[in-house]
Design a protein around this ligand. Sequence first.
Ligand SMILES: NC(=O)c1ccc[n+]([C@@H]2O[C@H](COP(=O)([O-])OP(=O)(O)OC[C@H]3O[C@@H](n4cnc5c(N)ncnc54)[C@H](OP(=O)(O)O)[C@@H]3O)[C@@H](O)[C@H]2O)c1
Length: 310
Amino acid sequence: MAVLSVISGIFHEATSIIGAIFVVAGIIAVIAGLIERASFSRKERTFEASQMPEKRAKRIAVITGASSGIGQKYARIVSEKSEKFGIDEVWLIARRKEKLEETAAGLAIPSKVIPLDVTSQSVPERLRNELASEENVCVTFLANCAGFGKYGSSAEVGHEEECRMIALNDSAAITITDVLVPYMRPGARIAQICSVAAFQPIPFFNAYAASKALLYSYSRALRIELLKKGISVTAVSPYWVKDTEFISTAAGEQRKLLLSSKSESVARVSLHDVLHRHALSTPGIVCTAERFFAGILPDELLAYIMPLFL
Ligand SMILES: NC(=O)c1ccc[n+]([C@@H]2O[C@H](COP(=O)([O-])OP(=O)(O)OC[C@H]3O[C@@H](n4cnc5c(N)ncnc54)[C@H](OP(=O)(O)O)[C@@H]3O)[C@@H](O)[C@H]2O)c1
């Protein structure tokens, strides 16, 4: 009995301490978030006040992966909310020109179609040339939506496809961000489309999850680095989205996946978070719950659970 009461006492103390740590960490995170957002707004206001109205630059939104899925929805929604996002023109990037033209046809503001494989070596030069061809431009919004994944073991997916995933999901997103940040002014926003796959290792979706973990970590760190420039970075981490080309590309066929969301709601919720300069957007109940459990459960356990959701 005495031993039991000692164990119960230790358990009680431990849970109280862990609970207190969670509460204190939560309060610190909320306060830090509020300070960050106040800092973005102050820098944007100071910059706007210093601008002569007649010298105002054309404000560009650059969206990769705009020929389909989430990127296509992003283009439409930011064009509808162009005042809130501070955008005069949307630049649409992906490989399929005719699909980009379809996206462009549905936009509420002018756009430019840029058919481009974002993994190609010529991307920095091409983007700098496009910007140089305009008289006076700045980039106020960047969304890196281009991305793909492949199901299967590492051996099944193969080395070449794994490298292609890293080239598109990571190298291309980082390259485009590096090229465009110098053209951004205080108040600009960056959205990096990551995934819930970023939060833990996923066997049989291995390289994809790892590539999204890299992009997620990069985005969270870049947010702090760009704080002094007044540019916000939001890591967007959705769960399965059923009405895009992603799942058919990943699996070789369209699959029905439990609790998957629609691209319209994912785009709307995440753009609301981007607009409000959140560090992380989990646009839906499932991805929010997944983020929570990934934060408290060990990777050793999650690595066995996650393949059940593929
Ligand atoms: N759907 C999901 O379940 C899900 C869940 C979590 C995260 N995500 C992430 O969300 C992002 C958008 O995916 P989605 O669901 O909208 O998929 P999607 O419909 O397949 O869209 C992918 C986009 O990327 C473009 N793209 C692919 N390779 C490219 C390249 N080399 N150069 C330029 N553009 C390229 C595609 O256009 P072209 O083929 O015309 O080049 C397309 O516009 C991806 O980063 C994905 O990882 C998706």
